[in-house]
Each structure stands twice: as structure tokens, then as C-alpha cells.
Design a protein around this ligand. Structure first.
Ligand SMILES: [Zn+2]
Length: 196
């Protein structure tokens, strides 16, 4: 990656080259090493970065920390909520955290391990969100609660139709169980079958 971009030191467009920077970020009170890429002006050697690029670097460091610690990445958290088409406010209420706290998670903050586990369970099976919602239903006015219920039920229905490996196993298991039950009945109702 190389590009011509404005260098504020040279005060003109200069050719920039990527350069790796190894740094330590203080995350959750601990030093976390993270290597990222910056663009450096080939002429004066200054870093050329925008606030958006700095945000990306910080997000990258936090995601690397999460990955290293087995936590969901920021985009995963956003994707889980979006799968249910729930607002930040409604989703945070169901999770039992404040709106501000949840909003921070979607901005890159590291969730507590208990919230992380909860999100993992919700991601693995929508029935878990359904259960959680049933426990927090009284926090919502009935009309909103009904809308949320429909949204969650839609995901639950999609999940049952999904061809994911877990469902395959479940469907396979149920099928073989039914088949076994059917065979048992057949065996019981038709004693000659055993004889033959
Ligand atoms: Zn320069």
C-alpha cells in the first residue's frame, strides 16, 4: 500500500510509504503489545495520519486484545444485535446493562466476561435471547415488548431452518429418535416381524 497524501510538515502532497510500528497499549490496566501500520512521508519521515486512521489503530489494538483473550470482537457484538434488528436501547435492556455501557461495547470497549458469555450464548442459539427477554419483559411497555417478541421469534424460526452444523445434528438426532420410536412401535404391534 502506498499513496500520495498531504503531508502537513512538507505542506504538499508527498509519496507515503507504509511502516510497521510496534507499540504497547494499556488495556484493562495491562500493557498489551500490538503492531500496526502507519503511513510515513518519504521525504521528511513524519507519520501522516487522520483521526479516523488513529481510531482504526486503536480499534485494531482492542480487537487484537479481545482475540487474544477469547472475547468477541466489536464487529461481532454489533452483528449479534443487528441479526435481531433490535435498537441499542432495547438490546441493552434485555442484557441488563445500561444503554451507555452497551453503547461503549459497540464503540470498542471490552465487555465484562459475564456479558461476553451472555452474548456468545445469544449468538449460538436465539432461544437464549428469547429466554432472557422473557425474564426482562416487564421492563418494556406491552406494545414494544410485542414488537421485540416478533423480531426474536423471526430469528428463532430462521435458526431452526438453518443448515448450520449444530442444527443438522439436532435434526438428525430427532429424526433418528423418531425412527427408532417408530420401529419400536412396529416391532411391538407386529410380533411376526421379530419371528421373521
Ligand atoms: Zn513530509
Amino acid at each position: 500500500m502506498s499513496a500520495n497524501q498531504f503531508c502537513s510538515t512538507c505542506e504538499t502532497d508527498k509519496h507515503l510509504k507504509p511502516q510497521a510500528v510496534s507499540a504497547e497499549f494499556k488495556i484493562k490496566g495491562k500493557k498489551f503489545p500490538y503492531t500496526y501500520e502507519v503511513l510515513v512521508c518519504e521525504k521528511c519521515g513524519e507519520y501522516v495520519s487522520s483521526p479516523a486512521q488513529n481510531d482504526e489503530i486503536l480499534k485494531g489494538a482492542y480487537d487484537a486484545y479481545k482475540y487474544a483473550n477469547g472475547l468477541l470482537l466489536t464487529d461481532d457484538i454489533i452483528a449479534i444485535r443487528e441479526k435481531y434488528q433490535l435498537s441499542l436501547r432495547d438490546f441493552s435492556k434485555i442484557l441488563g446493562v445500561s444503554y451507555i455501557t452497551y453503547h461503549r461495547y459497540e464503540k470498542g470497549a471490552i465487555p465484562d466476561s459475564s456479558i461476553n458469555s451472555l452474548l456468545v450464548l445469544i449468538n449460538e442459539n436465539p432461544e437464549n435471547l428469547k429466554t432472557l427477554f422473557e425474564q426482562s419483559k416487564e421492563k418494556f411497555n406491552p406494545a414494544i415488548a410485542q414488537k421485540i417478541q416478533i423480531k426474536i421469534d423471526n430469528v428463532v424460526a430462521e435458526f431452526s431452518d438453518d443448515m448450520c452444523s449444530d442444527c443438522h445434528y439436532q435434526q438428525y438426532y430427532e429424526k433418528t429418535f423418531l425412527e427408532r420410536t417408530a420401529q419400536m412401535k412396529l416391532t411391538i404391534s407386529n410380533p411376526y416381524r421379530i419371528a421373521n
